[in-house]
Design a protein around this ligand. Structure first.
Ligand code: XMP
Length: 472
C-alpha cells in the first residue's frame, strides 16, 4: 500500500526566485480545455455557496462560479440569466416599447424593470426615439403620449453593433450622453450600450468574460434522465460550461452523460467529476470531458470518508490525477479541503490548474440564503450537498416526501457572517502570489506540477502554525 498525503502532511520547499514583487506574478490559468480565467479560484456548486450573486462577484474578480443544481430548472436558468444580464458592454435586448403608449403606461413598465429610460420602436423594430429621465422631467401630464416626449432618432447619436467598447466610450464622452443605441443599416434596433456599464468594465479590468463580453458562468447538472433537458435549457440561457457533479464520478452513468452531452453540444465545455484516481481521470477524459474535478471526501463539510470508508488524501490525488490529465492536455480542478492560500499553492504545485472552494467563501454576503441572527451575532448556513438538510430541501422543491432512510454523506454548519467575498478572495490571491514567489514561479504554468514537496511530521505542522508561547 502506497502512503498518500494531504495538505497538512506537506510543505513546499522554497526555490531560487527571480520574482521581484507580487505584481510580477500572473495567475491566468485554464479552467477547461477552451476556457481561460485570470485567477484560479472556482466557487463550488453548492446551494449555500453559489447562486448568481456569488457567480457575479467571482467573475468580477477574474475567477468563476458554478450555479448549483439543488433547485428547479427554471430557478437555475434564471440564476444563469442574471449573471449574463449583469453587465454586458452591449445589452442585446434592451427595454423597448411602441410610441402609442402614454407616459403613465410607459412608467409602469419601466418601474417593473427598475429602469429609468426606454427605447421607442415601431412595429418593424425600427428605432424611432429614446425616452430618458431628462425627457420626462418637465412633463405636462402623465397622459401624454411618449412619442411627444421622446428624443427622436434624428437627434440621437447611434452606432452600429460592431462598435468596440473603447470606441463607444469615446462617443459617449464626446457627446456627453449616457446611452448609445445600436442600430443596423435599416434602423432596426440591435442593442444598447450605457455609460454605466462601460464604467463598471473599467473598474474590473480583470474580470472573466465570454466572447460577447458578458460575465462567465457555469452550472451544475446531475446524471438522472432529466439532466439532458436541464443542460439544454442552461445552454439556451447562455451558460459557458456545464459541471457534471456527482460524489463518485468514476461511474458508467457519468461516462454515458458526457457522451450524450458531447454528441448534442460538442462546443459546450464539460467539467466532470469527482474522481481521485488516475483511472477515473483517464476514463472521464476519454469520454470527452474538457476538465476533471478531483477530490473524493476532502471537503470541510464532507462525511463521505467516514460513512463509506472511501476517498484519497487530496495532495496525492492531485499529483496522481494531474499526471494523467497532462498527457491529454486537459486541466484539472482541485475540489475541496482547501483551508488557506498555502493549501491553494500546494494544490497548484501538485498539478492543479484551478481550485474549487466552498467553506473558504461560506458565510459571505454573496452566498445564497438569509443571514441568521443568534444572540446578537450574524451567521449564514453552510452545508454539504449530501447532508440531510440539503436532501430535504431538494425533496421539498421537487414536491417529494422526506426520505427518512436517506444516509447523509455531509454535515451542516453555521458560519459567522463574514462580509463580502471580495475581501476574502483578494487575501487568498495575494497569498498565492507570494507562494508563487517562494516557488520561483511567475505564472501558474511555471508553478504547476513542480511538486517541490517535503513531507512533514506533526511537530513540523505545529511549528508551521503561529505558536508564540509568550502570548497573553
Ligand atoms: P470545501 O472544503 O471547500 O469543499 O468546503 C467543497 C467541496 O466539498 C464537496 N462536497 C461534499 N462532499 N459530502 C461530500 O463528501 C457532501 O455533502 C458534500 N458537499 C460538497 C464538493 O466537492 C465541494 O466542491
Amino acid at each position: 500500500m502506497i502512503p498518500a498525503l494531504s495538505y497538512d502532511d506537506v510543505l513546499l520547499i522554497p526555490r531560487r526566485s527571480g520574482v521581484k514583487s507580487r505584481k510580477d506574478v500572473n495567475l491566468t490559468t485554464k479552467l477547461t480545455k477552451n476556457i481561460k480565467i485570470n485567477n484560479p479560484i472556482v466557487a463550488a456548486n453548492m446551494d449555500t455557496v453559489c447562486g448568481s450573486k456569488m457567480a457575479i462577484a467571482m467573475a468580477k474578480l477574474g475567477c468563476v462560479g458554478v450555479i448549483h443544481r439543488f433547485n428547479t430548472v427554471q430557478e437555475q436558468v434564471e440564476e444563469v440569466r442574471k449573471v449574463k444580464r449583469y453587465r454586458n458592454a452591449i445589452i442585446e435586448d434592451p427595454l423597448k416599447m411602441g410610441p402609442e403608449l402614454t407616459l403613465k403606461e410607459a412608467k409602469k413598465i419601466m418601474d417593473k424593470h427598475g429602469i429609468s429610460s426606454t427605447l421607442i420602436v415601431d412595429q418593424y423594430n425600427e428605432l424611432i426615439g429614446i425616452l430618458t429621465s431628462r425627457d420626462i422631467r418637465f412633463r405636462p401630464s402623465d397622459d401624454v403620449l411618449i412619442s411627444e416626449l421622446m428624443t427622436p432618432r434624428e437627434k440621437l447619436i447611434t452606432a452600429t453593433p460592431l462598435i468596440t467598447a473603447p470606441e463607444a466610450k469615446d462617443l459617449l464622452m464626446e457627446n456627453r450622453i449616457e446611452k448609445l443605441p445600436l442600430v443596423n443599416e435599416d434602423w432596426t434596433l440591435a442593442g444598447l450600450i450605457t455609460g454605466k456599464d462601460l464604467h463598471k468594465r473599467t473598474l474590473y479590468p480583470n474580470d472573466s468574460l465570454d466572447r460577447k463580453n458578458r460575465l462567465l458562468v457555469g452550472a451544475a447538472i446531475g446524471v438522472k434522465s432529466d439532466s439532458i433537458d436541464r443542460a439544454e435549457e442552461l445552454i439556451d440561457a447562455g451558460v459557458d460550461f456545464l459541471v457534471i457533479d456527482i460524489a463518485h464520478g468514476h461511474s458508467d452513468i457519468v461516462i454515458d452523460t458526457i457522451f450524450k452531452l458531447k454528441e448534442k453540444w460538442p462546443d459546450t465545455d464539460i467539467i466532470a467529476g469527482n474522481v481521485c484516481t488516475p483511472e477515473g481521470t483517464r476514463d472521464l477524459i476519454k469520454a470527452g470531458a474538457d476538465a476533471i474535478k478531483i477530490g473524493v471526501g476532502p471537503g470541510a463539510n464532507c462525511s463521505t470518508r467516514i460513512v463509506t470508508g472511501s476517498g484519497y488524501p487530496q495532495v496525492s490525488a492531485i499529483i496522481e490525477c494531474s499526471k494523467i490529465a497532462e498527457e491529454y492536455n486537459i486541466p484539472i480542478i482541485a475540489d475541496g479541503g482547501v483551508k488557506n492560500s498555502g493549501d491553494m499553492m500546494k494544490a497548484i504545485s501538485a498539478g492543479t490548474d484551478t481550485i474549487m472552494i466552498g467553506s473558504l467563501i461560506s458565510g459571505t454576503r454573496e452566498t445564497p440564503g438569509n443571514v441568521i441572527v443568534k444572540d446578537g451575532h450574524k451567521y449564514k448556513l453552510y452545508r454539504g450537498m449530501a447532508s440531510k438538510s440539503a436532501k430535504d430541501s431538494k425533496d421539498n422543491k421537487d414536491k417529494k416526501k422526506q426520505d427518512d432512510e436517506y444516509v447523509p454523506e455531509g454535515v451542516e454548519s453555521i458560519i459567522p457572517y463574514r462580509g463580502t467575498v471580495k475581501e476574502i478572495i483578494i487575501q487568498l490571491l495575494g497569498g498565492v502570489k507570494s507562494g508563487m514567489s517562494y516557488c520561483g514561479a511567475h505564472t501558474i504554468s511555471e508553478a504547476k506540477g513542480l511538486r517541490n514537496f517535503v513531507k512533514i511530521t506533526a511537530a513540523g505542522m505545529k511549528e508551521s502554525i503561529p505558536h508564540n508561547q509568550y502570548k497573553q
